[in-house]
Design a protein around this ligand. Sequence first.
Ligand code: C5P
Length: 224
Amino acid sequence: MTNPIYLALDVPHLRDGLDLAKKVKGHVGGIKLGLEFFCAHGAHGVHMIGQLGLPIFLDLKLYDIPNTVAGAMQAIHVLEPSIVTVHASGGRAMMEDAKAAASENTKVVGVTMLTSMDDQDLTRTGIDGSAHDHVMRLTDLSREAGLDGIVCSGQEVKSVHDRWKDGFFVVPGLRPAGSAVGDQKRVVTPRQARDDGASVLVIGRPISRAADPAQAARDIEATL
Ligand code: C5P
């Protein structure tokens, strides 16, 4: 079984990111680099982390017209990401073009609804109905558009997996039993998410803030 753990490298300095990635290298399946990292360190930073040899998940959450998103997808071919995110609310044509422009070794996954938003926030954007229904609708749209899967919470992954058996599901917001929850609200354990159908487990602070990050990653892997 390949290691499904992707370490979220949310650190401001490239040096610290490289040090951390080196420490956990043998105990995680990949590294997730987000918008903050990409804006700060660009392609150079991605390349530096990529040199360690681990798969790179570029969490760029692209959202623009189809032509522009497709152009961005083409521009990142050289970085050889294993996973890239686009916003599912960008619509079917955008997702289709994103997938068509991606390298065949890159999984393109849809961000359905930001977990920072609740039902009321959704209504304010002009969408009636529950957040759950909206997530399911965007999941179906991502699938119809030919994406590989979606990003979802550990609490949603079971129902999403039930309706999309061969989908690729990226799950953040995980906490090993007994660890600090921090700002995450609805957390599940890595093992639970895996059992419910997660393909990739995105884990940040439980590893990056541990006294011994490599040991923390090993301990989580052992629970799987
Ligand atoms: O430190 P922690 O394990 O909470 O990090 C989780 C990572 O997943 C962070 O990079 C965070 O931005 C990202 N994420 C999340 N919840 C989402 C989407 C992404 O926590 N719904």
